[in-house]
Design a protein around this ligand. Structure first.
Ligand SMILES: Cc1ncc(COP(=O)(O)O)c(C=O)c1O
Length: 290
């Protein structure tokens, strides 16, 4: 932060930063497994695109950014980490409202790897509520920009917890399936994979599943998914950097098939973790530091 490395507990931003005041910021999160970044270039591509679209292009080069992220991981001493890069709009120099006058602020940090569903809970899977709450419209905010407009997701999480579910999926303006707090949704119907095609963050794990599907010869379609279709699917799973591929075994109190992760979910899960030791999908922290 501010061009140097500091302890996370000492990292503070001014209350007048628009990232804090207005959620005027973008970010990305990449994970590190056994001291290797997974698909780092894809996360950096998305981060650069997000900063460009918000008209605050990141001033760091790809290599400078990689070295900073590797430096955060190295100093944290963590083998498995969750690494976040953020760019906020920064502050107005004189309390004016014009965002063009501010100087963007870059921050990055590494914390321990976080799971939406822990590996030991894989067989049990996630019990989700599909809420009637609408995810923020892509007509308002380009959903491909990774953003902090999370009040809809947080309100949905409270709704899910109040009824005893693990987490929530929000719907889109037509009532179809959108996404959850930090994850995309897939379902499998008669051997074909489906995932919503619009109004969602184009997750890197979602893209990874599509890449793996090609390798494994599993057909897929990006299309809108109704709640009925989701509930009647053979398999449902969530995807996120925070845990990879995570089975969803109950929806609104109803079991998906026998309430167990399905065969395609298992195959994708296994291949996903195998790819973490494949050098064309992962990058060593030590190589980046040298
Ligand atoms: C709203 C939202 N959807 C989906 C995802 C999953 O994206 P990824 O696979 O890149 O982690 C995230 C990640 O944080 C997210 O915030």
């Amino acid at each position: 932060m501010d061009s140097g490395f500091i302890q996370l507990s000492e990292a503070k931003i001014p209350v007048l930063d628009w990232g804090f005041l207005r959620s005027d910021a973008t970010y990305d999160v990449v994970h590190v497994w056994k001291r290797h970044f997974f698909r780092l270039d894809k996360h950096i591509d998305r981060f650069f695109e997000s900063t460009e679209k918000l008209r605050m292009p990141c001033e760091l080069s790809r290599n400078e950014l990689k070295k900073i992220l590797a430096g955060c991981v190295d100093r944290s001493g963590l083998d498995n980490a969750y690494v976040e890069m953020i760019q906020t709009r920064g502050m107005s120099p004189n309390f004016e409202r014009d965002p063009r006058k501010s100087k963007p602020r870059f921050i990055a940090f590494a914390v321990p790897f976080g799971w939406i569903l822990k590996p030991e809970e894989f067989e049990k899977g996630l019990d989700v509520l599909v809420s009637n709450r609408r995810r923020i419209s892509p007509d308002s905010i380009d959903s491909r920009i990774k953003n902090y407009h999370w009040l809809d997701l947080v309100s949905g999480m409270y709704e899910a917890y109040d009824y005893g579910h693990d987490t929530v999926i929000l719907t889109d303006e037509e009532g179809n399936i959108s996404e959850g707090p930090g994850f995309n949704i897939f379902c499998v119907d008669e051997g074909t994979l489906y995932s919503p095609n619009k109004g969602v963050l184009e997750g890197i794990t979602r893209q990874t599943v599509l890449d793996l599907a090609k390798e494994l010869n599993v057909p897929f379609q990006l299309n809108s998914i109704s709640l009925e279709k989701l509930k009647n699917s053979n398999e449902v799973f969530a995807t996120s950097t925070a845990g990879g591929i995570m089975p969803i075994t109950r929806i609104n109190g109803q079991s998906i098939e026998q309430g167990k992760p399905g065969e395609i979910t298992r195959k994708l899960y296994k291949t996903y973790w195998e790819k973490h030791s494949d050098s064309s999908w992962s990058e060593s922290i030590d190589d980046l530091l040298n």
